[in-house]
Design a protein around this ligand. Sequence first.
Ligand code: APR
Length: 252
Amino acid sequence: MASLVALVTPLAERLRTATRVTVLTGAGVSAASGVPTFRGANGLWKQHRPESLATAEAFARDPALVWEWYAWRRSTIAACRPNRAHEVIAAWGRRYADFTLITQNVDGLHEAAGTRHVVRMHGSLWELQCWNRCAVAPARWEDRRADFVELPPRCPHCHGLVRPGVVWFGESLDPEVLRQCDAALDCDLFLTIGTSSVVYPAASLAPEAKRRGAYTVEINPDTTPASATLDLAIQAPAEAALDAVDRSARIS
Ligand code: APR
């Protein structure tokens, strides 16, 4: 197998000349931090697939079960720290004036690494919304508790249920988020990192960036539906590949 340095060389060369850089990340970018991915070997929680828990229907049917899953994810992620992949992406954000990070992740680790201007496609695990959309509660608010005394938690205003501030399957994405994603597709270099590329609309971004003329790169230890369609597929873990790219950029 080619060495990692050889695998990342074409990307390092593009990074040298690019001025507009866009990165899309998925759960794999946080795997080295200890955050479980959704569709990997440890993707199931108590035998439930994410598609059967992360829906408004599942919440309406059994809010306690859905909240048990989110409470477990909150306490798992609260103990996790950004890894080398998050750090290199944050450094790109400082290096390129025209840089956008779009993430499907709700864990907050890109923000913890200091990445500026994160476009959160799927919301945040650390925000809550009133399930009843009561008139008093804000549309969403930050709540960083990892342990809840009462589960499911209650709206501090109407005392009805609250839900996590994330986008569930079947729900529409925020139009402003979609606008920012669309604007970021006009770039020189588009990277899709640590995502299985099966959930839309995120999975449509890399092909669309390529159609608009960007050089497109995937970083993932596994092949995905995107691998064969993009310009370069670096089959390696994000934390190792991005570390190698960063070192290569510094010695050249
Ligand atoms: N580096 C890079 N990629 C990795 C690593 C790693 N160290 N470890 C695993 N991966 C890859 C896996 O091979 C897989 O392709 O990360 C990908 C994770 O895929 P998913 O678990 O499907 O996560 P993601 O693509 O982010 O899911 C999309 O689905 O459940 C919903 O809303 C949730 O945002 C999520 C969306």
